[in-house]
Design a protein around this ligand. Sequence first.
Ligand code: VAH
Length: 321
Amino acid sequence: MSPKILIIGACGQIGSELTLNLREKYGENQVIASDIREGDETLMASGPFEILDATNTSALEDVILHYDIDQVYLMAAMLSATAEKFPMKGWQLNMNTLFNVLNLAKDQKIKQIFWPSSIAVFGPSTPKENTPQQTIMEPSTVYGISKQTGERWCEYYHKRYGVDVRSIRYPGLISYKTQPGGGTTDYAIEIFHEALKHKKYTCFLKENTALPMMYMDDAIKATIQIMSAPIEQIKIRSSYNLSAISLTPKKLSEAIKKHLPEFEIDYKPDFRQAIADSWPASIDDSPAKQDWNWKHQFDLEQITEKMIEGLTPKVSIDYDY
Ligand code: VAH
């Protein structure tokens, strides 16, 4: 029997692709998409949708009971760069939504939760290369602090109340299907739009800023994989490290130039450089490999090909950062 799923934040960078993938896997009417505003026409035409502010406890509970939801994917969050501009709003959105969903599970109103963490839980004192699953974690961004705290609460609710909450520390995610949402790693998406539109890009990070990155298809695969794994395989209830590639703006621009030889890049670091400098360069995800057979598929060349193929026919999206 397929689970009845609610996706909170279904119009976001991950949420919109996750919704379409889960509908393909379980059937469109098994997956209720929700967000604080409507999404693009593809998403809105793909199945049931609810306008929902998941910080509103009673509104969330109404949707859960109305549709008899089994699983919640909580994909709504304020990302790193935006949360530095609005610290208290970022904290409230990221934490209140999590508590609302954890308490519904504690009260047995839902059976399973997916909650996204991030490599942003690591900070300047964390070992940067091949960062292990357990290490020093002193995040220096609002977003990272909210994700580290969220991981502690997920593990607490699992141990104290038996809540089946599962989580992944996503690296930076690269996709052509949705606009980026205020993240520090989003240079790796903008660069493709600008390369195709203007043949040049001014990067807001320094050329050798190495960050863990992943193609969105790999991130969606990992999300569905951890939620489908037998419960005894999930041994970490804070959040699993997840890794694919380690990427710098320089390496990415060189990969793009193989397809667009006239592409040019220059560098004008802004406030996001300090955020990126506080994060690891690469991640050790061996626990995810061991516990639930994780393995990434897309390397830099394949990501570059997918992004250029995917964006070329599309009208480029303007950014207003
Ligand atoms: C951000 N894309 O840049 C997110 C992500 C690891 C970075 O969490 O904020």
